[in-house]
Ligand binder design. Structure first.
Ligand code: UD1
Ligand code: UDP
Length: 380
């Protein structure tokens, strides 16, 4: 089999770290970086630390409006697909890079495979929600992280080619955690005591692009009883500066550049809690058993909220600061996102579909049960 994988943004590099090897064990991969993220800290560091194969192409689309950025990606991906004639295009998550790949694959009649299908926040104001819905409806093979995600697709009439594989970010975290413990010096570097700091990340347009909202998040974070470490996404830095909030942020918070994955995971697992609007970080917090406060009013990762490890506070300063101060229950969380073998399963499913023609377009939904770890106790 020959897979053309499209990545472009930070969380997609993390996911490719486990799926690319699973593909390359079984066939050929052409890895395409759209260039949506291009700063060293948002891109190169992940390829180096996680040993991700170097992309065969970098489209270098850079930052732009949604339309211009997505259009440049579509044009670039189309021309690569014409050149390399892959059997399938593989996509991750919900970014503009994902949507661009889905449009090219479906228009060129190439099998579209999607990792992290079926997620819904049901907030169409979120650009990622639009990307999710459109991608899911242009996908032939959907690898979903949970039963709930499969049910979401079912509700929308997407019933064939849906496979509940578990979440590939869990695979990555299990592989990288011990490495992070051995090699990361981030606690010393930032002079932090384990359990006595809060980690925070903010990058969603809804939180960064409105001055009152962003100032409200700073108000809420300043209510933390512990120092707040804030690896700042470039989008957020740029908005803090333009709203004249940068000096305030750097005086009230421990603002640092975006971190590499290993340092970030080390901080996440040793933090008292994490406040974030990231999708990936909500799951990773559950995996490392760090209570999460989500700076959104809804989430597509509903399982993390249902089990009590994630609390939605939106951008409300009072809710945020009281969530940062409140005692939290520390029972071991459940494992709703698989057993840490999602990437292998995806490799096998791709191979079966493309090489052996085992799954046909008309086949009923296939793997509908979610693999879980053998022990119901905490797995980490
Ligand atoms: C994108 C994804 C989002 C994902 C996030 C992961 C979309 C619509 N959004 O959001 O789903 O959660 O990536 O981090 O696809 N910038 C830099 N350097 C970079 C990249 C971006 O300075 O390397 C700045 C630019 O000012 C740019 C802004 O960040 O305009 C936003 O970048 P963009 O990729 O459009 O969206 P993200 O907010 O990163
Ligand atoms: N991450 C990182 N360094 C940081 C912030 C996040 O390595 O400074 C990792 C994090 O562990 C997760 C991924 O980046 O694996 C999440 O990316 P992001 O929050 O940008 O995107 P989202 O998941 O919201 O799409």
């Amino acid at each position: 089999m020959h897979i053309c994988t499209i990545v472009g943004a930070r969380p997609q590099f993390v996911k490719a770290a486990v799926v690319s090897p699973a593909i390359r064990q079984r066939g050929q991969e052409t890895l395409v970086h759209t260039g949506q993220h291009y700063d060293e800290e948002l891109s190169d560091v992940f390829f180096e630390e996680l040993d991700i194969p170097m992309p065969a192409y970098n489209l270098e689309v850079g930052s732009d409006s949604h339309g211009a950025q997505t259009a440049a990606m579509i044009e670039g991906i189309e021309s690569i697909v014409e050149d390399v004639s892959p059997d399938a295009i593989l996509l991750y998550g919900d970014t503009n890079s994902t949507l661009a790949g889905a449009i090219v694959g479906s228009k060129m009649d190439v099998t579209v495979a999607h990792v992290e299908g079926g997620l819904r926040s049901y907030d169409r104001q979120m650009p990622e929600e639009v990307n999710r819905v459109l991608t899911d409806h242009a996908t032939d093979l959907s690898f979903v992280p949970s039963i709930r995600a499969a049910n979401n697709l079912d509700t929308e009439g997407v019933t064939s080619g849906v496979h509940v594989t578990g979440d590939v970010m869990y695979d990555v975290l299990l592989q990288a955690r011990a490495h992070a413990r051995r090699t990361s010096r981030i606690l010393d570097r930032l002079e932090l005591e384990a359990g006595a700091f809060v980690l925070a990340t903010v990058h969603r347009a809804a939180n960064t692009d409105d001055e009152t909202t962003l100032a409200g998040i700073l108000d809420g974070l300043s209510g933390s009883p512990y120092p707040v470490v804030f690896p700042v996404h470039p989008r957020t830095e740029s908005r803090l500066r333009s709203f004249d909030l940068w000096d305030r942020a750097t005086s009230e918070l421990e603002v640092v550049d975006p971190l590499g994955y290993l340092d970030f995971v080390r901080l996440l697992e040793t933090a008292d809690r994490v406040a974030t609007d990231s999708g990936g970080v909500q799951k990773e917090a559950l995996f490392v058993e760090t209570p999460c406060i989500t700076l959104r009013r809804e989430t597509e990762w509903v399982e993390t909220v249902a089990c009590g490890w994630n609390e939605l506070v939106g951008a409300d300063p009072d809710l945020l600061s009281s969530a940062l101060c409140r005692e939290r229950d520390h029972q071991s969380p459940p494992t709703p996102y698989g057993d840490g073998n999602a990437a292998e399963r995806i490799g096998e499913l791709l191979e079966a579909y493309l090489d052996d023609d085992v799954v046909s377009q008309d086949a009923p939904p296939t793997v509908r049960s979610l693999p879980t770890p053998k022990s119901s106790k905490s797995k980490l």
